[in-house]
Design a protein around this ligand. Structure first.
Ligand code: PEP
Ligand code: MG
Length: 592
C-alpha cells in the first residue's frame, strides 16, 4: 500500500530505489557490492565468523560446567544457550545468504541487514521476554562482526553498475541487484555522512535532523536527494521496500504504485534536463544585468572536493570546513604533517585560486567521534565549540595553525576563525597565529602569507563589528549559526525546524548591517551559510549589497542563473523596503 512520509527537504532531486535500513550503531560497517564470483567467499566469511563465536560459547559452557555452581550465576549458562540457539537459527543464515547471493552485499552488510529484519520481528512480539531477546541478537551479531574482522575482506568497491541509467521498465521489473539503494536511518552523524561520499547509496532519509544540521549540510554537498526529520521513517519503512525520495518537497513515498512511480520517473528526468541546461552557464561570467561582478565560491569538507568546486566554476574556496579532517578518528587528532598535506592538496587542487581554511569547528552537532559523544553538556551548541575548543587546547590549535601557514607557501590561503565573540578571544587567536609563525621560524620551515578573517555567526559579533573590523582582513557571515543563535532555535532539531527562519527581520538586519559596515571600511565580506546557496535568497542578498557567496559546488550554477537575471539597483530599493517589514517572508516572492 502506498503511503508518504513528510520531512524536511535537504538535498534536491528525486531518487527511486529500494530501502536499506541501517541501525545508527551499524553505520561503521562497510557497505559495498561484491562480484558474483565472490559470493561463495563472502558466505563462508560469515559462516567462519559464526562458527568461531559458536566455538567460543562452547568453550565457555565447558568451563562453566567445571566450576563450582556457587561461583557462576545460573543465568549465564542459560543465556549462552540462547545465544547458541540464535546463532544456529536458519532465518539468520538463510537471510544472510540471500543478501549476499541475490543482492551481492558484502558479508558485514548482509549480516547487519538481516539483523535489522529479525530485530523488527522481535520488536513486534507481545511477549516481553521474547522482545528482550533482540539485545541478545545484537550481541551475537557484534561478536560475529568482531570474529570476521580477523578474516580479510575484499577491497571496498565503489558501485559501478549504478552508472547505468535505469528505465521505468527496469524499476518495475528488476528485482535484483541493479537497483539504486536508499539509506534509511534514525540518525546519521556528519562523519557518517562523509563516508557516503564513496558509497553505494543513491539517497537517504533520516528520522531526525534540521535543515541546516551538519548532517544535512554534508548531504547537500554529496548532491544526492535527501530528506531529514522524517520522524518515524525508520519504523514505518521496511527493509527492501520500494521508496521514492522527493528531495525538493521533503517527501518520501513508500511502496509507490506504478502511476506514482511513472510520475516521479518523469520528474527525475526533468531534473536531469534542468541540470544539463545549467551546465551551459559554466563559462558565463557571473555578472548581474547592471554589470556588478559577483564572486561565487565553494564550500568544501575534504581536499578532494576541490575537484567538484572547479568543475562547478567556483572562483575559489570560501569555506573549507577543516573539522571533517578531525572526525571519526577515535579521538586521535591529525598531526601537523597530516593536516599540512591535506591543506596543501586542497590548495593545489584549486590550481592557483584562493582557499579559505576555517580552523576546526567541532562541538554541538559535530562531535569529533560518535563513540566519544559527551551528553553531559545540556547545551552543546552554547558550549565548548569551535574557537572556544581551540583556545582551550593551545597545543592542538598551534598544530593546526602551523599546518595552515605551511600550506600557504603553495598558494593563496585565507585563514578563517569560527564563533568568535569576545575581543579577548580575538587577541588570543592573533597571538597564537604569531606564535605559530615564530615556531616555524625557529624550526626553519617555510610558510606563506595569510589573510585572516572572522566568521560572523553570533549576534553579539554582528552587533560589535567595530572590533572585528579593526583586527581582521575580511568577514564571512555564517548564517546557519547566526539564525540559530538569534532565534534560539537548535538548527539540528526537527521539532522546531518550522521556526528556523532565515527571513526573520532580526536575522536580515544583522546580515544587512554586517555587509554595510564591512563595505564601508573596504573589507571583503561574504556569506558562507546555507543561505548563500539558496536561490530563493539570492536576489535579497544582492539587494542587501552582498557581492560574494560561498556554497556547495552543486548549487553554484543555479545561483549564477539568479545573478544573471538580477538588477542590483532595483534590488537595493526592494531590499530596503523588505527590511522594514514585520514579516519579510510574505514579500520575498514578489519581484523587485
Ligand atoms: C554557518 O554557521 O553558517 C557556517 C557556515 O558554519 P557551520 O555551518 O559549519 O556551523
Ligand atoms: Mg557556523
Amino acid at each position: 500500500m502506498t503511503f508518504s512520509i513528510h520531512g524536511l527537504a535537504v538535498a534536491r532531486g528525486i531518487a527511486i530505489g529500494r530501502a536499506v535500513l541501517v541501525a545508527s550503531t551499524r553505520l561503521d560497517v562497510a557497505h559495498y557490492f561484491i562480484e558474483p564470483s565472490q559470493v561463495a567467499a563472502e558466505v563462508s566469511r560469515v559462516r567462519e565468523g559464526r562458527d568461531a563465536v559458536v566455538a567460543e560459547i562452547h568453550r565457555l559452557l565447558a568451563s562453566i560446567a567445571q566450576m563450582n555452581p556457587k561461583d557462576t550465576p545460573h543465568e549465564l549458562a542459560a543465556l549462552l544457550d540462547v545465544h547458541l540457539m540464535l546463532l544456529q537459527d536458519e532465518e539468520l543464515s538463510n537471510g544472510v545468504r540471500h543478501w549476499i547471493k541475490d543482492r551481492l552485499y558484502n558479508a558485514e552488510w548482509a549480516l547487519t541487514t538481516q539483523l535489522e529484519v529479525i530485530a523488527r520481528q522481535f520488536d513486534d512480539m507481545e511477549d516481553e521476554y521474547l522482545r528482550e531477546r533482540k539485545a541478545d541478537l545484537e550481541q551475537i551479531t557484534e561478536k560475529i562482526l568482531r570474529a570476521m574482522r580477523g578474516v580479510s575482506s575484499p577491497l571496498m568497491q565503489p558501485l559501478g553498475r549504478h552508472g547505468r541509467k535505469l528505465t521505468q521498465q527496469d524499476l518495475l521489473i528488476d528485482d535484483t541487484v541493479d537497483v539504486p539503494l536508499i539509506l534509511i536511518a534514525h540518525d546519521l552523524s556528519p562523519s557518517d555522512m562523509l563516508q557516503f561520499k564513496q558509497s553505494v547509496f543513491a539517497g537517504f532519509v533520516t528520522d531526525v535532523g534540521g535543515k541546516t544540521s551538519h548532517t544535512a549540510i554534508v548531504a547537500r554537498s554529496l548532491d544526492i536527494p535527501a530528506v531529514v526529520g522524517a520522524r518515524l521513517a525508520s519504523h514505518l519503512i521496511r527493509q527492501d521496500d520500494w521508496v521514492v525520495i522527493d528531495g525538493d518537497a521533503g517527501v518520501v513515498v513508500v511502496d509507490p504504485s506504478p502511476i506514482i512511480l511513472a510520475e516521479y520517473g518523469f520528474k527525475q528526468r526533468q531534473g536531469e534536463l534542468q541540470r544539463g541546461r545549467l551546465m551551459r552557464l559554466l563559462h558565463t561570467p557571473s555578472v548581474t544585468m547592471d554589470g556588478q561582478k559577483i564572486e561565487l565560491l565553494a564550500n568544501i569538507e575534504m581536499p578532494e572536493d576541490a575537484e567538484s568546486a572547479l568543475q562547478a566554476g567556483a572562483v575559489g574556496v570560501g569555506l573549507f570546513r577543516s573539522e571533517f579532517l578531525f572526525m571519526g578518528r577515535h579521538g586521535k587528532l591529525p598531526n601537523e604533517d597530516e593536516q599540512f598535506q591535506a591543506y596543501k592538496r586542497a590548495v593545489e587542487g584549486m590550481q592557483g585560486l584562493p582557499v579559505t581554511i576555517r580552523t576546526v569547528d567541532v562541538g554541538a552537532d559535530k562531535p569529533l567521534d560518535d563513540t566519544l559523544r559527551d551528553d553531559a553538556h545540556l547545551n552543546p551548541a552554547l558550549g565548548l565549540r569551535a574557537i572556544r575548543w581551540s583556545l582551550a587546547d593551545p597545543a592542538m590549535f598551534l598544530t593546526q595553525l602551523r599546518a595552515i601557514l605551511r600550506a600557504a607557501a603553495f598558494g593563496q590561503v585565507n585563514l578563517l576563525i569560527p564563533m568568535l565573540v569576545h575581543a579577548s578571544e580575538i587577541r588570543q587567536t592573533m597571538a597564537l597565529v604569531d606564535h605559530a609563525r615564530v615556531q616555524l621560524d625557529n624550526r626553519g620551515v617555510a610558510y606563506g602569507p595569510l589573510k585572516i578573517g572572522a566568521m560572523i555567526e553570533i549576534p553579539a559579533a554582528a552587533l560589535t563589528l567595530k572590533v572585528f573590523l579593526k583586527y581582521f582582513d575580511f568577514l564571512s557571515i555564517g548564517t546557519n549559526d547566526l539564525i540559530q543563535y538569534t532565534l534560539a532555535i537548535d538548527r539540528a532539531d526537527e521539532s522546531v525546524a518550522h521556526l528556523y527562519d532565515p527571513m526573520h527581520p532580526a536575522v536580515l538586519r544583522l546580515v544587512a548591517q554586517t555587509i554595510e559596515q564591512a563595505q564601508a571600511q573596504n573589507k571583503p565580506v561574504s556569506v558562507c551559510g546555507e543561505m548563500a546557496g539558496d536561490t530563493t535568497m539570492t536576489r535579497l542578498l544582492l539587494g542587501l549589497g552582498l557581492r560574494s557567496f560561498s556554497m556547495h559546488p552543486a548549487q553554484i550554477l543555479s545561483v549564477k542563473q539568479e545573478v544573471l537575471r538580477a538588477d542590483t539597483e532595483k534590488l537595493t530599493l526592494w531590499a530596503d523596503e523588505l527590511l522594514q517589514e514585520d514579516e519579510p517572508s510574505k514579500r520575498i516572492t514578489q519581484k523587485a
